[in-house]
Design a protein. Structure first.
Length: 327
């Protein structure tokens, strides 16, 4: 079994290091100082579960790796359209793409029986541009319940969580999911194969769709949002509206809004990924996290007034990101 990690940032490098530790042949695709550090010293993982170093091959040219059995996609979803030249050299006829993305994936309606089967979500797959790069039949869904950060080039600090839930879009318990899960578990990670991976998508999205845009708009941490009376109520409304949309699509995640809020508060002074991107003047991952949810509200006739209002303001903010750097 040969795996390439395309986008070996904090999460990707952590997964690659774990797979390597478990005996899988792993190749990392990274860039610049991070790549040079990995080449010189390997991936150094600092974790409350025990520190370790994985000396995995690393490159910025996937053609040096060649075709693999699995690509673990650690890129942000807004990079998928441009990922074709990087992905193509890694593919053979049966290569599987495990997409560890936030938000609503481009494959959401692929293999989903019902009135929306095969429908494209324009917010995440405009004009089918993502599907052209990432073939639907290659996709395995992956929802990440793990927090890491890149402390320095080549150095990953693992903060909490080791769960990477995976599942087929059509709900089958496939051999390819079982094989990848076994490799992840051998590396010390949790990797349950879910019959309905969309439930996990909505459980995580419940928090991301609310906390990410609010954190960017208010420049606030998780605990600040969760303990401020006004924003806590706003998050509650956004979560309830998200659950209404999920239900309208036939998905009923078993999650308590109160527990989700309390859990976010316990995270403490943590900046969401969207706030971190804003502070670095990087594009915001708004389309898959919130625009797609609003599009699904339109599709199902769900009102979702709070989600729509927050999206409108966050969308305006996203148009300003990168302007300073470009001027």
């Amino acid at each position: 079994m040969k795996v390439a990690v395309l986008g070996a940032g904090a999460i990707g490098a952590y997964v690659g290091a774990a797979l390597h530790r478990g005996g899988t042949e792993v190749h990392l695709v990274a860039r610049k100082a991070h790549l040079e550090a990995i080449r010189s010293h390997g991936v150094q993982v600092l974790s409350p579960r025990g520190d370790f170093t994985a000396r995995t091959p690393a490159t910025d040219d996937p053609a040096e790796i060649g075709p693999v059995d699995y690509v673990f996609l650690g890129l942000k979803a807004n990079s998928y359209v441009s990922a074709g030249p990087l992905l193509q050299p890694l593919l053979h006829d049966k290569t599987v793409v495990v997409a560890a993305q936030n938000g609503i994936p481009w494959w959401y309606f692929h293999g989903l029986k019902g009135p929306y089967e095969g429908r494209r979500i324009e917010s995440v797959d405009p004009g089918g541009s993502v599907t052209e790069v990432l073939d639907l039949d290659r996709a395995i869904g992956c929802v990440v319940y793990c927090s890491t950060e890149l402390e320095a080039p080549g150095v990953v600090r693992h903060l909490e969580g080791t769960r990477f839930s995976i599942g087929e879009p059509d709900g089958t318990m496939s051999d390819r999911c079982a094989e990848f899960s076994t490799a992840m578990i051998a590396g010390g990670l949790k990797c349950p194969v879910e019959a309905d991976i969309r439930k996990d998508i909505w459980i995580k999205l419940l928090g991301n769709a609310a906390f990410n845009p609010i954190s960017a708009l208010a420049r606030a941490t998780m605990v600040e949002i969760a303990t401020h009376q006004g924003t806590r109520q706003m998050v509650r409304m956004m979560m309830e509206e998200s659950l209404e949309i999920a239900a309208a699509l036939g998905c009923h995640p078993d999650i308590s809004v109160d527990k989700r809020l309390d859990g976010a508060e316990r995270v403490g002074e943590h900046k969401t990924s969207m706030l971190q991107d804003l502070e670095k003047d990087k594009p915001l991952e708004l389309d898959v996290i919130l625009a797609a949810v609003v599009e699904l509200a339109d599709l199902t006739g769900t009102k979702a007034p709070t989600l729509r209002a927050v999206h409108a303001v966050a969308d305006l903010l996203s148009t300003k990101v990168g302007v300073t750097a470009a001027s």
